[in-house]
Design a protein. Structure first.
Length: 116
């Protein structure tokens, strides 16, 4: 394919995209349009306000563990992802005996508990 033909193909693709209606289109989001809001969206209900408050209490470098007793793998995975997002300045660990902080969900509420 020659450079002229490649240029013509790219120009045609750009013109076709320009004709696509942007309102409500997934292309608008891809192009940097307005998002869903400042908070992350999870597959399970997690209160972003509580998670932000937890992030303020945990010092940089502190260790924490996540726990969702009786939760499904989807719920536990979303809590782990929320911890990694909101507590990015802290260190997640797997050993429940070691960390001073536990990010836990109980009775459909997120909480942060200090163990020591």
């Amino acid at each position: 394919m020659s450079a002229r033909a490649a240029f013509a193909a790219v120009a045609a693709a750009v013109l076709l995209l320009a004709l696509v209606p942007w309102a409500g289109s997934p292309l608008r989001r891809l192009a940097g349009g307005e998002g869903d809001g400042p908070d992350a969206r999870f597959d399970v209900p997690l209160d972003a306000h509580v998670l932000r408050g937890a992030a303020e209490r945990v010092r940089p470098g502190d260790e924490y563990v996540t726990a969702w007793p009786g939760g499904s793998p989807l719920e536990q995975g979303n809590l782990k992802a929320a911890g990694q997002l909101y507590l990015a300045h802290a260190l997640p660990v797997l050993d429940r005996e070691r960390p001073p902080w536990v990010l836990i969900v109980g009775a459909d509420r997120v909480g942060l508990i200090r163990l020591r």
